[in-house]
Design a protein around this ligand. Structure first.
Ligand SMILES: [Zn+2]
Ligand SMILES: [Zn+2]
Length: 371
């Protein structure tokens, strides 16, 4: 095993430097992950431009790799040995608090960087913390006893497993939060990797109507949405989406609306409120904005709309996502449009953000490519 680990480190907003860290001396209850794939999503774009956490930070929070140097304690706890391929969740819970005992460690204070300056979360936490390797944009990552790992099925490649995070979010938001199931009608706004993954989750769960909206520059993504199971696609810049939704649903509106847009302002929520059925629909929102001028609170309450917050995924949703990938029922490999080596991490993040390379949906960073 190498003596040092090469990592891409964010040292300031929009700035990456490459650093070598010493291979950490890992305790008996921990392991190392030889990172194979680190997925890059819209959150990386935001965090790269406006770091939420003091630098230096090794970003990369959607990580797949192979276990190396698993200590005895780690193997006893996790049932994993060197050579096992795993998906690592970015949450690192305390496993003592009530949230953790309920299996909802994503809400644990120990991993909540918003309220706890000493929180641990892959891709967010500073590399100044002990063991340094707290992100996937590096050749190795540190796995403490409380890392949450899922074994990747043998028939799922590392690259395909890179879709676990958006797919598990799709299952969590659409099925668990939104209650999408047999015969549901759904509007999904935004055909990025997140919206496309929701399409598959809804289709698999039995939705009878899936409508996907996007903009003119999303043309190829909207076509992919159809391939993955969307029944109708709407370019909101070409036609009035509400008119079309009401037309397709014979005036009824949809049961569930999922907002997977980015930087679209108040419009997706306003469309969602209008597109929902007469009573008791569910609207899943992202909350990019700190305020919402003229929020239509009267309409929301009169329609008895339930608003849910998009907030990551549970252990169960990750397991279901892996099962979905292992089924090979949907061509989810089409989501990964670009791969980059570690040296190109800056370009990779900017491409996800719509700069540099075009036609990007899901991006995989391969830390060993060209190494
Ligand atoms: Zn992400
Ligand atoms: Zn906890």
């Amino acid at each position: 095993m190498a003596e040092s680990v090469l990592a891409a480190v964010r040292t300031a907003p929009g700035r990456t430097e490459f650093r070598e860290f010493p291979m950490p001396n890992t305790p008996d209850d921990s392991a190392l992950l030889r990172v194979e794939v680190a997925g890059i999503c819209g959150t990386d774009v935001k965090m790269y431009g406006k770091p939420p956490y003091p630098d230096p930070v090794i970003m990369g929070h959607e990580n797949i790799g192979v276990i190396e140097r698993a200590g005895r304690g780690f193997t006893e706890r996790h049932g994993l040995v060197d050579g096992d391929r795993v998906f690592v969740e970015h949450y690192i819970g305390c496993f003592r608090c009530e949230w953790c005992h309920r299996g909802e460690y994503r809400h644990c204070e120990a991993t909540d960087w918003r309220t706890n300056p000493d929180a641990r979360r892959y891709g967010y936490t500073t590399s100044d913390n002990p063991y340094h390797l707290w992100g996937g944009f590096a050749q190795y990552m540190y796995l403490p006893w409380n890392a949450v790992v899922h074994k990747v099925p043998d028939n799922v490649s590392a690259e395909l497993a890179g879709i676990v995070t958006p797919m598990s979010n799709g299952i969590e938001w659409a099925l668990v939060d939104g209650g999408v199931g047999y015969n549901s009608t759904v509007l999904i706004q935004g055909p990025g990797q997140q919206g496309l993954s929701q399409t598959v989750a809804c289709k698999q769960a039995g939705a009878s109507l899936i409508i996907m909206t996007g903009t003119t520059r999303d043309a190829a993504r909207l076509e992919l949405a159809k391939t993955l199971g969307a029944d109708d696609i709407i370019d909101v810049q070409v036609e009035d989406p509400l008119e079309r939704i009401l037309d397709v649903t014979r005036g009824k509106g949809v049961d569930v609306v999922l907002d997977c847009t980015s930087g679209a302002g108040v419009k997706p929520v306003l469309l969602g409120v209008d597109a929902l059925k007469r009573r008791a629909g569910t609207l899943l929102i992202q909350g990019e904005m700190s305020s919402f001028p003229d929020f239509p609170v009267k309409k929301v309450t009169e329609k008895a709309i339930t608003i849910k917050s998009a907030r990551g995924h549970s252990y169960h949703s990750c397991e279901l996502a892996l099962a979905q990938l292992a089924s090979h029922r949907f061509p989810l490999d089409l989501l990964t449009t670009h791969t980059y080596g570690l040296a190109d991490v800056d370009r990779a993040i900017r491409s996800v953000g719509g700069e540099v390379d075009e036609g990007v949906i899901h991006v995989s960073l391969l830390p060993w490519q060209g190494a």
